[in-house]
Design a binder for this molecule. Structure first.
Ligand code: B12
Length: 476
């Protein structure tokens, strides 16, 4: 028996789709799987004890999606929560413990060592869990398990990441309680591909998902959507980092949804880069049921577009917003203010541009979460030890440790950068604006979804959709 545990109880709840895929792959390989979803339990600790009182799994997997909430000034880490689950599991069972998940995949060795797990998997869990099961039954060596981080008497070892070029994922979506998540979280989820070949300076996706796009067959994606529809889940958020890269795959997925005649029963949202996005893609996405797009705009200042190494310019942002308007797709543009080189003038330039352009919503986030190995961190390290680099923000003391939530806000923005942004936005209600500080779980002006009670209440009252769109509708 393999036990898979989800401990991500951040509300609104997001369905642990990774567990669904990993469980499906293990079952297809003939492994018996239990899923213990602590997020759906009243008392997680009691549920763990109750499980182990009657069951003795041979291997325990724990999914770790969010290392932290990646939002300044909240900067909340979830390592302590994971450590608690691992320790309690240890006290109940001798089974080896393996960790997986997107956040985990950015720091697999560090996290496994820190929380006391036996193994961690960097990348896709579907092949890895089956191979690890085989290794634990003597059918292969640990060094042959895709993405595995493991330990012997010489220390920790990291096999090459688990990023298979072709994806054949299970499509049944029946290993977790998707309908319950839809009721409590307001959206289902599906993935059309993994990985990204772009080199945006701050992005951790290439570290976790691989540095080239690995596509699923569009027919699999459509079958999976049908399986979710059968469970009553008709509002989805895609789990691609950027749906439109590569464009041809996005188009093919939409065409398959249209061909299956399921678009009329479906509404979905996606993350997109500003470019490529054109008339054909916009109209096909709309025909396939897309109702909302969250664009990674980041900035409209030419200086900052270059600093972030983005592939778009102002005219592309204008075109993207216009096409959405013409095709009846609601759109939000996410900004990432305060990166290296940002000045009060470049912030004002960007905000003025978006006020005039007036997309349906603008997420004015301030502060870049720094991940080891990203181009921005390599650049900052050239300035000397990070402890001495101006602009680094954190809520922990001692040496800088990027496993802890660590951010960068350009020092040129002064002592009160959030106030500066709020003043420049003034009273434009389309903007989510940064706060100086606020405990999570209080409704604020920003779009941090970490324990957002306003969203939880709206979803309980029937709201469905992307969280930014629910919040936008609440404001009107
Ligand atoms: C889509 C998305 C969202 C959507 C989710 C919509 C939905 N209905 O699912 C929304 C907008 C709601 C969202 C919200 C948030 N998100 Co988000 N999100 C993503 C995104 C793009 C995809 C996540 C996903 O589902 N991937 C698909 C699944 C299948 O992949 P997976 O979970 O990695 O699972 C695979 C492997 O990891 C592995 N695996 C997983 N579990 C296990 C277990 C075992 C035992 C094994 C062996 C393997 C294994 O196998 C799986 C299959 O291959 C990622 C970035 C990315 N490209 O992945 C960010 C990302 C996960 N989000 C992130 C964050 C920070 C958040 C928020 C906290 C933001 C906020 N402050 O509000 C919230 C958290 C919400 C919550 N309740 O958890 C960060 C986490 C970074 C970090 N430091 O840990 C990421 C990585 C983006 C980023 N680079 O900053 N998000």
């Amino acid at each position: 028996m393999l036990l898979l545990i989800n401990a991500n109880s951040m509300v609104p709840l997001v369905a642990p789709i990774g567990v669904d895929y990993v469980a499906g792959a293990a079952e297809a390989a003939g492994i018996d799987v239990d899923v213990l979803d602590l997020a759906l339990q009243q008392d997680a600790g009691a549920a763990l004890n109750a499980y182990f009182a009657t069951r003795s799994p041979r291997l325990v997997g724990v999914t770790f999606r969010n290392v932290d909430d990646s939002f300044w000034p909240s900067a909340r880490s979830f390592l302590g929560l994971l450590e608690g689950v691992v320790q309690q599991t240890r006290s109940c069972s001798d089974a080896p413990i393996v960790l997986g998940g997107v956040g985990l995949s950015i720091f697999p060795e560090r996290i496994a060592a820190r929380v006391g797990a036996d193994y961690a998997v960097r990348g896709d869990g579907e092949p890895a869990i089956v191979e690890l099961w085989e290794a634990l039954h003597g059918a292969r060596d640990l060094s042959e398990v895709a993405g595995l981080v493991w330990q012997n008497e010489h220390g920790w070892h990291a096999n090459g990441p688990s990023w298979p070029a072709s994806l054949a994922l299970p499509t049944a979506r029946d290993a977790i309680q998707n309908a319950e998540y839809f009721r409590r979280g307001g959206q289902g989820n599906v993935e059309t591909k993994r990985g990204c070949a772009r080199r945006c300076v701050y992005c951790a996706d290439p570290l976790a998902k691989g540095n080239r796009a690995r596509m699923r067959p569009p027919a699999d994606v459509a079958s999976e959507i049908e399986a979710l529809l059968e469970q009553g889940i008709d509002v989805l958020h895609l789990c691609d980092g950027e749906f439109n890269v590569p464009r041809a795959h996005a188009l093919a997925v939409c065409e398959e949804i249209v061909r299956r005649r399921i678009a009329g029963r479906l509404a979905w949202y996606a993350y997109l880069t500003i470019r490529p996005f054109d008339e054909e893609l916009a109209s096909t996405m709309r025909r396939a049921g897309c109702v909302g797009i969250n664009f990674t705009g980041d900035t409209a200042s030419e200086l900052m577009l270059r600093s972030y190494r983005l592939a778009h310019h102002r005219e592309h942002i204008e075109q993207a917003v216009r096409l959405c308007r013409e095709h009846g797709i609601t759109c939000m543009v996410d900004l990432l203010l305060g990166g290296p080189g940002e000045t009060p003038e470049s912030v004002a330039d960007t905000l003025e541009f978006f006020k005039l352009l007036a997309p349906d919503a603008v997420g004015a986030a301030l502060g870049m979460r720094l991940y080891p190995g990203t181009p921005v961190v390599l650049q900052l390290c050239k300035l000397g030890p990070l402890e001495g680099v101006p602009g680094i923000l954190r809520k922990y003391s001692g040496r800088i440790d990027l496993l802890q939530p660590t951010f960068y806000v350009s020092p040129a923005l002064g002592e009160e950068p959030a106030k500066l942004v709020r003043e420049l936005v003034s009273n434009d209600e389309r903007f989510f604006v940064p706060e100086d500080d606020r405990p999570s779980a209080t409704a604020g002006t920003d779009h941090n979804y970490n324990d957002h009670q306003g969203l939880v209440d709206a979803i309980a009252a029937g709201a469905r959709g992307a969280y930014w769109d629910i919040l936008r509708r609440l404001r009107h």
